[in-house]
Write a protein that binds this ligand. Structure first.
Ligand SMILES: *Cc1c(COP(=O)(O)O)cnc(C)c1O
Length: 221
């Protein structure tokens, strides 16, 4: 077995069945994705549109592609024909564009609202209040070809596990609150290589793991 297959299987063996593992393959070549694929992995995460499109074209068509990075409105059209889930939606403008492109492709596209929970202000995402407003707006209710399926968040990059846990727990409480109003809310995407055990402890059911599977990336995204 390759290192990638071994690492993948170790992580999977520790996950409850209800948790989906996204293998974050950004910057990694198609051959390495195939190693994970041959070990049974089907969900992969990318953060650059061009890179996802090029990998989609080269790789098996039963891969479920997850857009996890910030998405510019003018690039939605390139991934709309095939993307499985967009984790990083944080504006009405983007929701409208995804809906429009989904319609053109005669499909429905599932999305998550990205919520800002970290202390750093460099990260994208909505506040709880902005997310509530968006979900209750008439404009969003009219979008027939998107499904808002849950929330995504990233914790502060810190060694202080108390801070990370508090942030995940806060997002989980908000998720539960929304779930009571919107039956279609089912996905809480939180946890990366460095913090996914804390995310799982705090209610995550989808983790996005890159370096713990594929090794360190040569440059940070
Ligand atoms: C890169 C990235 C990940 C994976 O990060 P690792 O630390 O390599 O596991 C997860 N989520 C998002 C949004 C990312 O950009």
């Amino acid at each position: 077995m390759t290192n990638i297959a071994e690492r993948l299987q170790k992580i999977k063996s520790e996950l409850p069945e209800t948790v989906t593992l996204i293998a974050v393959s950004k910057t990694k070549p198609a051959e390495q994705i195939m190693e994970a694929y041959n070990a049974g992995q089907r969900d992969f995460g990318e953060n650059k549109v061009q890179e996802m499109v090029s990998k989609y074209e080269q790789l098996p068509k039963d891969i479920r592609w997850h857009q996890i990075g910030h998405l510019q409105t003018n690039k939605v059209k390139y991934i709309a024909p095939f993307v499985h889930l967009i984790h990083s939606v944080d504006s009405l403008k983007l929701l409208k564009e995804i809906n429009k492109r989904a319609l053109q492709n005669n499909r429905s596209i599932s999305v998550l609202l990205q919520i800002h929970i970290a202390r750093e202000d460099s990260k994208f995402g909505l506040s709880f209040e902005q997310a509530r407003e968006l979900l209750n707006s008439d404009a969003v209710k009219q979008l027939s070809n998107i499904k808002i399926a849950g929330l995504m968040g990233m914790a502060t990059h810190t060694a202080d596990t108390t801070v990370i846990e508090q942030e995940f727990a806060r997002l989980h409480r908000f998720f539960i609150e929304l779930q009571q109003q919107y039956q279609r809310f089912e996905i809480l995407s939180m946890g990366m290589s460095g913090d996914y055990p804390l995310a799982l402890k705090n209610g995550s059911n989808m983790i996005r793991v890159g370096s713990a599977i594929f090794g360190e990336r040569n440059y940070t995204q």
